[in-house]
Design a binder for this molecule. Structure first.
Ligand code: PMP
Length: 652
């Protein structure tokens, strides 16, 4: 992947004076260049300070070995009552760097000299000697950017994000050799906030540092070290290419300008976002399947082997399931007429909840309209203020959205990494907490190490939640899911699942204690404020659950199918392992995954290519999803075709 540094400087002439309008810099992959260039141009042309008449865009390739990745400094805020108190606080932090109060005061006075300098002052904190070779110009820390969170493209923003840019700069400066601190006060007379950053304390935003209207401002880098190393420090600040990881979004958004809209074209921004997705091959569309979903489907007029469905037990088209749905319509009609707590509870809702609780061996169950809504509702309700949600980095999007909607802090731990989880639990020991994980991960098909998670939860007195969307009807001797799979004596506190996969219908559910269900019935907003599931869906899911309970042989067949399919793929030279219905065939290369799926489609195998951002870049795969109704013979044949197709494509 080619990486580029992109810099924009814009100015305009007023009479003979050239006035600075805007400047920005980014470090980004080649495919993001056109969009970001356009956004920066738009910033320069529609700036509040006026339209630029000179715009300089500089684009330079960055050699990967010259790029350094660093962590963003931790951020906190000091609310200063007055500018004097804000400065006092800055001094106090400086004294922790070993400076006398007298010296701290002198350093603050230097802000009168920094005003008007284009760059920063580099100060030897012990001698107060200025170290910049050109004192008029100062040191310009440059070539740095934030890196978008894993799985996301960098946001396009044609307004400035002062907070993120300042944090990126401070993080780079504090990673420079012999820099022990940075002081910053805005030189904008109307902006009175500033910060101090040190290696120990991180980035501390100080809300008041000067009086409104005061032009003092600038940056001072605090240097402590031998003179002979100053040059290297300056080189690092001015030339080292740096990407800063984990830069949080602006927590003080109210204080910064809103993204600008060109008011005559309010749809423009959305058109731009779609254009960006297209340019990055991330644009999505639907595929129409013109038959019932089963082991074989009709797609584009062809009979195809379905290797991408969530209908793991093949019950969508089951005669008894369909009959149950029809009968429910005959009795109750087509809709439920209200939300659960108003007029939307039928006997069918209560019967299904009782059946789910009994199947999962819990006291109670509660149904939601989709699995997505279940996760969002449960997690946002349990994630109360000041609590912590510990979430696996590969958890499903609905879990992530539940975390985002909650009032809790989310701490993401490395995928299935118990050491990392233990460390994070230890860091937050004593907090109200919830560990949440997919039981079976939706892309990799791997299983969460639940016994270890439960042991850690017990040790740190936090709750546990598993999402059994891809586990129910799939793992465990009778398809009861992850608890049965591991033969656990104790249940996690929250067992969430969906009715839309092995149970063939739609809807989500949660099983657990009476207390949990009472609490969610009273607090989960996606449960309370949405019209409940309709009769046909409820009857279908109830019948599917009954079939699952009475015919565990379906589960055994599915498990056997996985074994046979993986074994045949391995014979074809493909690394494929799974204990679930999801078999990832990792190809790494995005293009290869796409071509392989298209090629297999031509051979009447319907299989999904999975690429970034669903999986990290370089982890592109074909994701095979198996069904109990596939025959072992057709799976062997499919595995053979997949093996041949991949080797043909990789040989070419
Ligand atoms: N959790 C996981 C792990 C899932 O894979 C899905 C669906 N893909 C959901 C939750 C959401 O379930 P539903 O489709 O019923 O909304």
């Amino acid at each position: 992947m080619s990486i580029y540094s992109l810099k924009m400087r814009a100015s305009k002439h007023t009479g003979s004076i050239q006035e600075h309008v805007s400047g920005a810099e980014k470090i980004l992959p080649q495919q993001e260049l056109p969009q970001q260039m356009e956004a920066l141009l738009s910033r320069a042309l529609h700036h509040a300070k006026g339209k630029a008449d000179f715009i300089n865009l500089k684009i330079e390739a960055v050699a990967p070995e010259n790029l350094k990745y660093i962590e963003a400094l931790p951020v906190s805020t000091h609310e200063a009552a007055t500018p004097a108190e804000g400065r006092q606080f800055m001094c106090q932090i400086m004294t922790e760097l070993g400076l006398t109060p007298d010296k701290c005061q002198k350093i603050l006075e230097l802000f009168q000299a920094t005003y008007g300098m284009r760059g920063a002052m580099l100060l030897d904190v012990d001698t107060l000697e200025r170290l910049e070779p050109d004192q008029q110009r100062g040191i310009r820390a440059t070539y740095m950017d934030s890196i978008a969170p894993k799985g996301e493209a960098k946001a396009i923003c044609d307004g400035k994000n002062h907070f993120q840019e300042a944090l990126v700069l401070a993080s780079k400066v504090l990673s420079a050799p012999n820099i022990i601190g940075e002081l910053c006060m805005s030189d904008d007379p109307d902006y009175i906030t500033g910060y101090i950053a040190t290696r120990d304390k991180g980035y501390i935003r100080i809300t008041k540092l000067k009086k409104m209207g005061c032009p003092d401002g600038g940056r001072i880098f605090l240097y402590r070290g031998p003179k002979s190393q100053v040059e290297e420090c300056i080189r690092y600040l001015q030339e080292q290419r740096v990407l800063v990881k984990n830069v949080p979004s602006n927590p003080y958004a109210n204080n910064t300008p809103k993204p600008k809209s060109t008011s005559d074209k309010p749809w423009q921004i959305f058109q731009d976002i779609l254009a960006q997705k297209k340019s990055q091959q991330l644009y999505r569309n639907t595929k129409e399947i013109s038959s019932a979903q089963a082991a074989h489907i009709i797609y584009q007029g062809q009979n195809q082997l379905m290797l991408a469905s969530n209908d793991y037990l093949g019950l969508i088209d089951h005669p008894e399931v369909k009959e149950a749905a029809k009968e429910a319509i005959n009795i109750y009609g087509v809709g439920s007429g209200g939300s659960r707590l108003t007029t939307g509870t039928l006997p069918l809702h209560n019967q299904l909840e009782t059946a789910l609780a009994s199947f999962k061996h819990t006291e109670k169950a509660l149904i939601f309209n989709t699995g997505y809504m279940a996760n969002v509702g449960i997690i946002s309700a349990l994630g109360i203020k000041d609590s912590i949600i510990f979430s696996d980095e590969l958890n499903h999007a609905s879990i992530i959205d539940g975390c985002r909607l909650s009032h809790a802090k989310t701490v993401v731990y490395k995928h299935n990494d118990m050491k990392d989880l233990a460390e994070k639990l230890q860091e937050h020991a004593g907090c109200q907490g919830l560990i949440v994980t997919d039981a079976v991960f939706s892309m990799g098909g791997d299983i969460a190490p639940l016994p270890d998670i439960m042991a850690l939860a017990e040790q740190y007195h936090v709750l546990t939640m598993v999402d059994e969307a891809h586990a129910t009807g799939v793992i465990g001797a009778t398809g009861r899911g992850i608890v049965e799979h591991f033969g656990l004596k104790r249940q996690p506190d929250v067992l969430m699942g969906t009715l839309s996969k092995a149970l063939a219908a739609e809807g989500g559910y949660v099983c657990g204690s009476q207390l949990l269900i009472d609490y969610l019935r009273n607090t989960a907003r996606s449960y309370i404020f949405s019209t409940s599931l309709s009769p046909a869906v409820l009857a279908a899911a109830t019948k599917a659950l009954e079939l699952l309970e009475n015919h565990p042989s379906m589960v055994h067949q599915l498990q056997e199918n996985t074994r046979i399919f993986c074994k045949t793929l391995q014979q074809e030279g493909i690394e494929a392992h799974s204990d679930t219905a999801i078999v990832p065939i990792v190809l790494h290369d995005e293009e290869l995954a796409l071509h392989a799926a298209e090629e297999l489609n031509r051979q009447n195998i319907f299989i999904s290519p999975i690429r970034y951002p669903t999986v990290p870049k370089g982890q592109a795969m074909l994701r095979a999803a198996l069904m109990a109704t596939h025959t072992p013979e057709e799976l062997c044949q499919a595995a053979h075709t997949i093996g041949q197709t991949i080797s043909r494509l990789t040989d070419n």
